[in-house]
Ligand binder design. Structure first.
Ligand SMILES: C[C@@](CO)(OP(=O)(O)O)[C@H](O)COP(=O)(O)OP(=O)(O)OC[C@H]1O[C@@H](n2ccc(N)nc2=O)[C@H](O)[C@@H]1O
Ligand SMILES: Nc1ncnc2c1ncn2[C@@H]1O[C@H](COP(=O)(O)OP(=O)(O)O)[C@@H](O)[C@H]1O
Length: 329
């Protein structure tokens, strides 16, 4: 009934290239128009189905907690490095809901190696949750196929949207079509139109060792009288706009900067490094800037790692397809 096989994947982070607030909803959420791309800054997740009910999660930092703490200039027990292992972790929540929805027997042993910082606006927890749903569904199809018969992917998208607004994005289009790197998301983020980028996007990302609360940022935002639309932005990313530069936008940047003084320095340092298209991602605190090539991004990231004042995680990244490959061992 249970399998000793481990299912593994490497959930990617995301960057919000465009984010506009359209309206405030009765349920406390905001209607958005946002454009996200997956990037190759990844966690690593292993899932194994076992006979014992429940979800047991072990979390480590990769390559190790000490080196991540050192880069961020914080102690190893700093809150920035704390990742819950109980139902507050979206991976645990995802596997619990999947088990209930499919009426599966048994439970799950799970290992998570974190690299994506939390409270960064990079969607790490959401991406881990989507990966857990994909791995759990794949394992269930093998060990209890009768429970999967007649169940389609809409079950996963439904669970994903319940767990968090950003989780459906990380499921990607489908297991069969995994070619899209980006999506325009509307509604509270769960209504998705995936598309392929005309060219890979290279960027430098700085996480300034400070987390920002997503609800706190949303509570400070205002709804513009004339919200911007991402339609032309998406066309430009698809290579159909005839524009040579992308007009990036993030309506949450102002409210987040009002909450944390740690967001302005990365923006300034990226811009001083000659990267003109730079902004915060999501509700922050990570900031990024587009570079002209992987070499350009790598060079700027290397320079900033030795010059940026204070602790930070700094990386060069490239856009990647949204659903990460699943490995079985
Ligand atoms: C801001 C964004 C942009 O991609 O990303 P992050 O910065 O979190 O990565 C998302 O909208 C975050 O999505 P996610 O982190 O999944 O948020 P949820 O768990 O669904 O909601 C957390 C809280 O954020 C606020 N919220 C979230 C989404 C939305 N469209 N409107 C909101 O007002 C609500 O206060 C909600 O209670
Ligand atoms: N798998 C997970 N990895 C990291 N943090 C998690 C996870 N599940 C839940 N959390 C909690 O979710 C919160 C936000 O994480 P995350 O989604 O990575 O942030 P954001 O996308 O807003 O930067 C953190 O407070 C963290 O404690």
């Amino acid at each position: 009934m249970s399998s000793s096989r481990w299912y593994r994947t490497s959930p990617p982070a995301k960057l919000n290239l465009f984010l506009e607030i359209l309206s405030r909803r009765e349920d406390g959420f905001h209607e958005l128009d946002t454009v996200m791309t997956a990037i190759d800054w990844r966690d690593e997740l292993w899932v194994q189905h076992v006979a014992q009910p429940g979800v047991r999660l072990q979390v480590d930092w990769s390559p190790d907690r000490a080196s991540v703490a050192k880069a961020m200039q914080v102690s190893e027990d700093d809150a920035l490095l704390h990742v819950p292992t109980d139902e507050r972790n979206l991976v645990v929540r995802a596997l619990q809901r999947l088990t209930d929805a499919l009426n599966l027997e048994g439970g799950w042993d799970v290992r998570l190696h974190k690299q994506i910082p939390s409270g960064a606006g990079m969607g790490g927890a959401s991406s881990d949750a989507a990966a857990a749903l994909r791995l759990g569904f794949r394992a269930a199809a093998e060990i209890q196929p009768d429970k999967i018969a007649g169940v389609d992917r809409r079950l996963l998208t439904g669970i994903a949207a319940e767990i968090g607004s950003d989780v459906p994005f990380f499921l990607g289009i489908s297991e069969d079509d995994s070619s899209a790197e980006a999506a325009r998301a509307t509604g509270r983020g769960e209504k998705l139109s995936f598309f392929s980028l005309a060219n890979p996007l290279h960027a430098v990302v700085i996480f300034p060792a400070a987390s920002v609360s997503t609800p706190a940022v949303y509570s400070r935002c205002t709804v513009p009288e004339k919200p911007r639309s991402s339609v032309n932005f998406v066309r430009a990313l698809q290579g159909m706009g005839g524009e040579s530069r992308f007009n990036m936008h993030n309506a949450l940047q102002g409210p987040a900067c009002g909450l944390s003084s740690r967001i302005d320095p990365p923006l300034k340092w990226l811009s001083d490094a000659g990267l003109t298209d730079c902004q915060m991602t999501g509700s922050g605190s990570a900031c990024f800037a587009l570079a002209s090539s992987s070499q350009h991004a790598a060079n700027v990231a290397e320079t900033l790692r030795s010059t940026f004042p204070g602790g930070a995680l700094i990386r060069s990244v490239v856009s990647c397809v949204v659903p990460s490959e699943i490995h079985i061992a």
